[in-house]
Write a protein that binds this ligand. Sequence first.
Ligand code: ZN
Length: 362
Amino acid sequence: MGSAAGFFAQSYAEARARFVAAAEAAGLDVHAHRHPLLGRDGETLAMDVARLGAPDAQALLIISSACHGVEGYCGSGVQGALLADAGFHAQARAAGVALLYVHALNPWGFSHGRRTTQENVDLNRNWHDFSRPLPANPAYDEIAHLLIPAQWPPSADNQAQLAAYAARHGARGLQTAISAGQHAHPQGLFYGGVNPTWSQQTLRHVLQEHGRRCTRLAWIDLHTGLGPSGHGERILACADDASALARARAWWGEGVTSIYDGSSSSALLTGLMWLAAYQECAQAEYTGIALEYGTEPMNAVIQALREDQWFENHPEAPPARRAAAKRRMRDAFYTDTPEWKRRIVEQGLEAARQAVSGLGAA
Ligand SMILES: [Zn+2]
């Protein structure tokens, strides 16, 4: 394997081309699920899928990127490093574990430098039964007008009011209010939507096609933007189930955190994507993590998200200011340095190897 930094791209289009080339170099076919819209540079958008291993393999490991669009700069790089690692593929083959690389779950957000889908939806809050009442988030309702104010940058009064909210509810209370997911502010943050997004529908098809013949299923979903810079937090991405947590910790280490017991840097969230594993691959014993890499401090990340949403809501804003906001948004979810990338790849490869070991030993 060459320098880790060589796996990372500077645009969605470049990332997609690299993924396709890396899959082909590894002897894998790529199946493109075309997105209805074009990308920022006029390029084709797609959720691209490459599989290694037999269609009827008893164990399957999914490795996915760009659930949160712009976070795909990181995830795509990890996928490229894994695809180039012949030793990792040999380990999977020897263990009888099939690998399913899903590149750009949310290609629109990746291309446009947003965390959301084209519907302004957080794909990891979108997995609800929309025929039933959606969860309320009264805490978000209370501060919605402060998070995305009429003016940007926010006024001193706006900052004082948010600081007062944090003083009353704690930093964790503020984080939960903002990020838990909400369905009442379609031009706000962490919006879960009111129907299934294109990305949700397309991923369901992928899971139906690839995930219904295995008896053991694992999933590593690659994210960025939470926790210390360069550290990959392994967050349980399963139901609140003691046996799943025990399995995840046996595979990925005692450091696996959980949103259910407060051990994760993530708040308790609703409408999570990996619920799909239970719904679409119900025959399989499922074990998954989100591998969440730290970038910038939480305040900076939240600020970038607020600013990005403000510009999304204000198409009349000056292009130069918008471009500066886009740059801050990318920096908030992608640390474009060789050292960060080296650590990201190292931890991604370790987690993938651990998953293959866990699946193969069962
Ligand atoms: Zn994410």
